[in-house]
Design a protein. Sequence first.
Length: 224
Amino acid sequence: MTELIIKNGFVYDPLNRIDGEKMDICIRDGKIVKTVKDSAKVIDASGMVVMPGGVDIHSHIAGGEVNTGRLLRPEDHVKDVEVKTALTRSGVGYSIPSTFTTGYRYSKMGYTTVMNPSMAPLEARHTHEELADTPMIDTATYPLLGDWWFSLEHIRDGLLKENAAHIAWMLKATRGYAIKIVNPGGLESWGYGRNVHGLDDVACAVGDRLDSGEVEQRQVIRCR
């Protein structure tokens, strides 16, 4: 059994309506409890804020687009270097931090969980390898299926059950947490200024408006 007490911190806990109250937090085996033994490890949080861990639901920290950005921003490696210490590994920060720096800096900000959006399904293994290399935070990722031509064509042709089965398989195969939804029609459309703004706009990947299929499903596919 592991016991810990965080003493003298200013506690913020909106769920329990605690707004900056100076108090002690007792923890036993990773769970908050009312009391602990006198032998519990003590962390003095005097002058510090104690709060629940933050969750970032949308942050690009791994995958193909991140590594492309690193290639385009080599000057970042010079202007924001983190030197190896007895507790941390070396890395770089600034606009596109390396994996270890990402974990360290999110932890310093009080985050415990980061969700990585827009994972290309064909790059799922690489994305998960990078997430696994990011220390100190929990992570999950969303496969990019909102502009997946195969799904859009399923909806256009009225193959809704088949589309649902396909997406379910994709989530399992890519170890995705949820679906990343963006404008339909393929990312190529963005580069030519042909974004989809409404239900009646043309989706470039599949031709005219997606008349077949449920309105609710069209709305999900259409919304960014």
